[in-house]
Design a binder for this molecule. Structure first.
Ligand SMILES: [Zn+2]
Length: 392
């Protein structure tokens, strides 16, 4: 069960605990909907498909039924279970409310704490199919970027690298805005990592503010500005990685800037027994692997498939499947340079870390260290793209 705590952020540590068992009342209040503050906003799914939510308050809080604007007052220092009541409704204490509901501070100063993170946008709780609940934060795009930046790049890195990251992350976010869906982005690695207000400092604010509204465009369209930790010497193409036809900015470039990175080269030993059970799980009847060869490569040198030579013939396997099975943190990239048998192990050697498409963060850091601007960094990693305001 997820625990959602509504609190005055600075008062949270000293917040009184609600007594268990008592059911606090939900009171009707005059219906008033807050107006929007204008400017682009984004909806971030900070929890998905939760069976129920435990809401703890340490200050008076309103629940607002979005459809009607009706407000319900929750008491301070109380505990409320939020559950599904029907297809499109939720129950809080004895009240049934139609989905979605919005959490609102009674005095406008509160923020919401969920897990270890603090969120300052509007929090919406939605009924979703399967009897589950989603928690969505709805906030200005630029505020969202404050939260993304320290989660995706160290706040201690050079400012021009942080600015380049801000433009890439903004482009990626704008490209993902999906009004027809329940939310635009998640807070995880499947889109961009976002941890609420965690890690925001003056350098993060400066990087986002200095590039406010700027995105990458190519032929009039916003670029899905992918980025990754380290390319290993050549960025990959989005078409080779995911079959996406995205044009010049994401087709891959040679990168001399990340060669000093810790992630530039990697090695991983996988036992012969583990490799055998891996291909057996894929349907092979082999009892012995005679060797593994790097097989199909894309233009950037990344390996698409390897060829297993076994006692039962040859088998082509996608390297993405091997990565998925043995872990993206250990099997760092598709940019394999060799695989050799060493005793009871297959030793994989490769370059870089991550999918390799778009901006190489380690390279961006080095370019910034050498005095290059964020625009120069972006033009290097997204060739052909222009840097422009998203309104244009
Ligand atoms: Zn690189």
């Amino acid at each position: 069960m997820l625990r959602l705590v509504v609190s005055f952020v600075f008062a949270f540590c000293g917040a009184a605990k609600a007594s268990d068992g008592a059911r606090p009342p939900v009171r009707r209040a005059p219906a008033v909907l807050e107006g929007e503050d204008g400017g682009p906003k984004i909806r971030v799914a900070i929890a998905r498909n939760s069976p129920s939510i435990k809401l703890k308050t340490s200050a008076k809080t309103y629940l607002v039924e979005v459809k009607t604007g009706q407000k319900y007052l929750l008491l301070a220092n109380a505990s409320y279970d939020i559950k599904r009541a029907g297809e499109q409704s939720l129950s809080v204490a004895d009240q049934t409310l139609s989905s979605p509901i919005k959490l609102l501070s009674a005095d406008g100063s509160e923020k919401v704490r969920l897990g270890g993170n603090i969120y300052k946008g509007d929090i919406l709780i939605n009924a979703v199919p399967g009897g589950r609940l989603n928690i969505i934060e709805y906030l200005p795009l630029e505020d969202y970027l404050y939260g993304v930046l320290p989660s995706e790049m160290s706040a201690g890195w050079p400012l021009e690298a942080l600015k380049a990251q801000a433009v890439a992350s903004r482009s990626y976010a704008v490209k993902n805005l999906a009004p027809g869906k329940d939310y635009d982005v998640t807070d995880g690695i499947d889109t961009q990592v976002y941890n609420g207000t965690k890690g925001i400092n003056s350098r993060i604010l400066e990087a986002v503010n200095a590039t406010r509204g700027e995105v990458l465009k190519y032929k009039g369209k916003i670029v899905t500005a992918f980025f990754h930790a380290c390319c290993g010497g050549h960025t990959g193409s989005a078409r080779a990685a995911w079959g996406e036809e995205v044009g010049k900015p994401l087709s891959g470039v040679s990168d001399p800037f990340c060669s000093g990175s810790f992630h530039h080269k990697w090695h991983l030993g996988i036992s012969v027994a583990d490799m055998l059970s891996f291909i057996q799980a894929k349907g092979s009847t082999a009892l012995k692997i005679k060797g593994i060869r790097l097989y199909k490569k894309d233009r950037s040198g990344r390996v698409i498939t390897v060829l297993f030579v076994t006692d039962q013939g040859k088998l082509q396997v996608k390297v993405t499947d091997i990565r998925k099975r043995f872990g993206n943190s250990d099997f760092k990239s598709l940019y394999l340079t060799s695989v050799v048998r060493e005793g009871g192990y297959f030793e994989f050697s490769g370059r870089g870390w991550g999918h390799g498409v778009g901006m190489c963060q380690e390279g961006a850091k080095e370019m910034a260290k050498r005095g290059m601007s964020y625009k120069k960094i972006l033009r290097h990693y997204y060739p052909g793209a222009s840097i422009t305001d998203y309104g244009n």
